[in-house]
Design a protein. Structure first.
Lengths: 107, 121
């Protein structure tokens, strides 16, 4: 099973700042199979990024993904109030598909 | 619009079974896989498995094999996830999600609203 470790656990930022979230895999993942999700309290997760760096439909360009191998990054430029949420990385290659433990981005 | 609508909250006793439904609309049901993911209160996301609504085939995570069954009814475009031998640790919100192919890989692009399952004696 591929274990995904996200850091930091909590990121405290102000609106307008940049957030950098990390996701490290226990073994190499094809970049095709790495996604990022945003989840707000009481809501289902929302797909932000698929295939490491591709924004899903309707996702603002302040969200960007990068990385390869075992190290992946989600960057949020110019944080907006609605961006404060929990973010999960997810690998959907080898079964079982797994999620990271999440990074909470708080004000 | 593309939508997945799940069944309502359930309260079950330990040892019982629960069956959660996921009604798909706005797209061709048989073209996209359906995943099931759960989340205990205050915890992260846990993938349980996926089903091909066209063939009915499913892939279940090792942890849930023997307790989870995924089925569907194509006539009413609904997927089902049944979890048996419930224990208190199964208390969670259960989500269905659609697996959309991007570059040949199925990312979960549309999610249901979640179904809360509570297991308590």
């Amino acid at each position: 099973e591929i274990v995904l470790t996200q850091s930091p656990g909590t990121l405290s930022l102000s609106p307008g700042e940049r957030g950098t979230l990390s996701c490290r895999a226990s073994q190499t993942i094809s970049s095709t199979y790495l996604a990022w999700y945003q989840q707000k309290p009481g809501q289902a997760p929302r797909l932000l990024i698929y295939g490491t760096s591709n924004r899903a439909t309707g996702i603002p360009d302040r969200f960007s993904g990068s990385g390869s191998g075992t190290d992946f990054t989600l960057t949020i430029n110019r944080l907006e109030p609605e961006d404060f949420a929990v973010y999960y990385c997810h690998q959907y290659g080898p079964s079982p598909r797994t999620f990271g433990g999440g990074t909470k981005v708080e004000i | 619009q593309v939508q997945l609508v799940q069944s309502g909250a359930e309260v079950k006793k330990p040892g019982a079974s629960v069956k959660v439904s996921c009604k798909a609309s706005g797209y061709t049901f048989t073209v996209y896989n359906i995943n099931w993911v759960r989340q205990a209160t205050g915890q992260g996301l846990e993938w349980m498995g996926w089903m091909n609504p066209n063939s009915g085939d499913s892939v279940i995570a090792q942890k849930f094999r023997g307790r989870v069954t995924m089925t569907r009814s194509t006539s009413i475009t609904t997927a089902y996830m049944e979890l048996s031998s419930l224990r208190s640790e199964d208390t969670a919100v259960y989500y269905c999600s659609r697996g959309a192919m991007f570059f040949g890989a199925p990312a979960m692009d549309v999610w249901g609203e979640g179904t809360t399952v509570s297991v308590s004696s």
